[in-house]
Design a protein around this ligand. Structure first.
Ligand code: NCD
Length: 314
């Protein structure tokens, strides 16, 4: 049976720490990895829009010396003819060595993993989970703070539909000394099932507020998110909530000097472009790290080990 990544907790914390170490090694010596996936093929099956996730997966595989195939919209596949997602994946698993898939239906990657001969990576399933964004976020936090423990993190925006938040809370709940502050409109609070599963069952306390400025001075990490327009049933409700939080340089005036501002991107209005010039904004670094952690993940799921470090004689 191949290893899949459907939920971030499919990986142990030791495995996550190993992936972070590999990604950091790739950042230090990318050339050493250029042939690790020679003659291997990655398929990217994206039934929903994507820029960073799909292209970072493709760039990751190409930088490992492998090849990529796939589609970037359901309309260009046999889904448009009525084929089920499991039949599509069953087909592609006859051609590719590993599959990254995004789907609007929660649970679709899990269903795919039941019929696939090759590893399936969940690249986002509806408003549920997004484990590879979480690996990206963890690598970013690790590089910014040197540790995945001992900080106060504020999650701000659409915590109800934001799948990256759900997966990151699940991942962080297995590390220690983290204080959680959830900042959202009442309508977009973190779902009960995430709180129960990740936090309450582990007796991890958390705070909830609607007021970002009130908690800003306490934060070490601010994880901003987009209000997920495509998950709303009602356009009016989206329009009412979409600008609930708009981060500007002025709102950062009493934030800690070593705050790290993350965002999985894309942003719409919730972080003003002027914030990009603040050294505390690390979301563009986060975009870059997404490629390296996916390189590490592809190697891991294919059972390939990092190339040895060769020291040249003086
Ligand atoms: C996120 C997603 O698709 O859930 N984007 C991403 O993969 N970087 C966040 C979002 O779309 O708001």
């Amino acid at each position: 049976m191949p290893r899949h990544l459907i939920d971030i907790t499919d990986l142990t914390t030791e495995e996550i720490d190993g992936l972070i170490a590999t990604a950091e090694d790739i950042l230090d010596r990318p050339d050493a990895y250029q042939d690790v996936c020679k003659r291997k093929q990655l398929a990217t099956l994206f039934f929903e829009p994507s820029t960073r996730t799909r292209l970072s997966f493709e760039s990751a595989m190409l930088s490992l010396g492998g090849n990529v195939l796939g589609f970037s919209s359901a309309e260009s596949s046999s889904t448009a003819k009525g084929e089920t997602v499991t039949d599509t994946v069953h087909t592609v698993s006859c051609y590719a060595d590993i599959i990254a898939m995004r789907h609007p239906k929660e649970g679709a990657p899990f269903a795919a993993s039941q019929v696939s001969e090759v590893p399936i990576i969940n690249a986002g399933d509806g408003g549920h989970n997004h484990p590879t964004q979480t690996l990206t976020d963890l690598l970013t936090i690790h590089r910014e703070r040197g540790s995945l423990s001992g900080f106060t993190i504020g999650f701000c925006g659409d915590l109800k539909f934001g799948r990256t938040v759900h997966s990151l809370v699940n991942a962080l709940s297995r590390y220690t000394g983290i204080r959680y502050i959830f900042i959202s409109p009442l309508e977009l609070k973190l779902p009960r099932y995430v709180k129960e599963h990740a936090l309450k069952q582990r007796n991890i306390p958390y705070e909830q507020t609607t007021d970002l400025s009130a908690v800003m001075p306490e934060l070490d990490i601010l994880y901003m998110t987009r209000v997920q327009k495509e998950r709303f049933f009602n356009e009016e409700e989206y329009l009412r909530l979409k600008d609930s939080y708009i981060l500007t340089p002025a709102k950062l005036s009493d934030a800690k000097p070593d705050l790290s501002i993350l965002h999985p991107l894309p942003r719409v209005n919730e972080v003003s472009v002027a914030v990009d010039r603040d050294p505390r904004a690390v979301y563009w670094k986060q975009v870059r790290y997404g490629k390296y952690i996916r390189m590490a993940l592809i190697m891991f799921l294919l059972g390939l080990t990092p190339p040895p470090v060769t020291t040249s004689l003086p």
